[in-house]
Design a protein around this ligand. Structure first.
Ligand code: BGC
Length: 347
């Protein structure tokens, strides 16, 4: 179990680092403090190492025109509020707030300069059973329109059970929407194929119904028996046959709020590689990369693009500040925002 770090590039005259976590089974996770972004997750294989996620080997990759124009948010930490907020507006304790709008009429993934585009402060950690890095960020009052000075921390930790844990913490000096997630796109074939031959199981058959601008307003829809019902496991190809643009569904979990549970599992039927998701979050925006540009590739040649990666965005309700009874969407002074998600790999 060990961690190394090296120079990854420069941004705004600041050095950006990449941290390489390696466990005793040869699983490698790379994270940079630009956007607290997972750049690689590599498993050993009979024919050499295999990278299972969308990302780049150099910082420049995140600044290419093709990447910036497509804005797929590869591997980054999303905040201050993940997913969409309707028309970039919400009211809180009788006050109206207007956020930056960057997705048609809506606010998406924290706005024009979300947490994914910030330089985080990084502190490596290591003990006998884990190697990791703690990333911290301060977000000032009214940044992107959000009230309150917020301090957040994400701790990435890898162990020998092949689990990568992400633990989030946050505090604020004024009530504010806060919902953090990681936006990694997985392809368990290592980009040899699309994800169409993966078998996907999500332990839920309910989602929040989105409106015509792709924002849920609070209505819950039962998916039982539909193409999007993954509760008994399904090959993506079969699901996609009935879903033209794939998945972009916020699944709601039947579990005690705040309690960590296994909520999804995936297997690549060709290679046998697996991924399990555990989370404390009330739901997960499950996205299968319909909008990812086919022009994007890793420097090694790994081809990204449509249906070539899926994201398990575990977070508070999309548009939560505008949905009554949405669980934990607002953090208040004196409270601590907490959240944990684990990605667990098999090969
Ligand atoms: C959203 C997609 C968006 C993607 C990249 C996902 O979380 O659901 O609509 O295209 O992020 O921005």
């Amino acid at each position: 179990m060990h961690i190394t770090q090296h120079h990854f590039g420069a941004y705004r005259d600041k050095n950006i680092e990449e941290y390489v976590l390696t466990n005793n089974n040869g699983l490698i996770v790379k994270v940079t403090n630009y956007g607290a972004t997972i750049t690689s997750i590599i498993v050993p294989g009979d024919h050499g190492d295999c990278n299972l996620v969308c990302g780049f080997d150099t910082l420049e990759g995140y600044f290419s025109e093709a990447y910036k124009n497509n804005a797929p948010y590869f591997g980054c930490t999303v905040g201050r509020y993940a997913s969409r907020i309707k028309d970039g507006k919400f009211s809180l304790d009788g006050k109206e707030y207007t956020l930056a709008v960057n997705d048609g009429s809506n606010h998406l993934h924290g706005g024009l300069t979300g947490f994914d585009k910030k330089i985080w402060t990084a502190e490596p950690i290591q003990n006998e059973s884990e190697a990791g890095v703690v990333m911290s960020l301060k977000s000032p009052h009214m940044e992107e329109g959000y009230p309150g000075n917020v301090e957040v921390q994400v701790t990435f930790k890898l162990n020998d059970q092949n689990g990568l844990s992400m633990e989030y913490e946050g505090t604020t000096d004024q009530p504010t929407p806060l919902s953090l997630t990681n936006h990694t796109y997985f392809n368990l074939s290592g980009f040899e194929h699309t994800i169409e031959n993966h078998r996907a199981t999500i332990f839920s058959n309910r989602h929040l119904l989105p409106d015509e601008t792709n924002v849920p307003l609070g209505q819950v829809e039962d998916l039982t028996g539909t193409a999007a019902d993954l509760s008994h496991g399904k090959i993506f190809k079969e699901a996609f046959a009935g879903l033209e643009t794939g998945f972009e569904h916020y699944f709601l979990f039947d579990k005690e709020p705040g309690k960590r549970a296994r909520v999804a599992e995936f297997a690549d039927t060709d290679s046998g590689r697996t991924l399990e998701i555990e989370t404390t979050e009330p739901g997960m925006l499950f996205y299968t990369g319909y909008f990812t540009s086919d022009k994007l590739r890793r420097e090694t040649g790994d081809q990204f693009g449509r249906f070539r990666g899926f994201c398990c965005e575990t977070h508070r309700y999309p548009n939560g500040p505008n949905i009554e009874d949405s669980l934990g969407s607002i953090t208040r002074p004196g409270e601590k925002y907490t959240s944990q998600t684990i990605y667990r790999f098999g090969w």
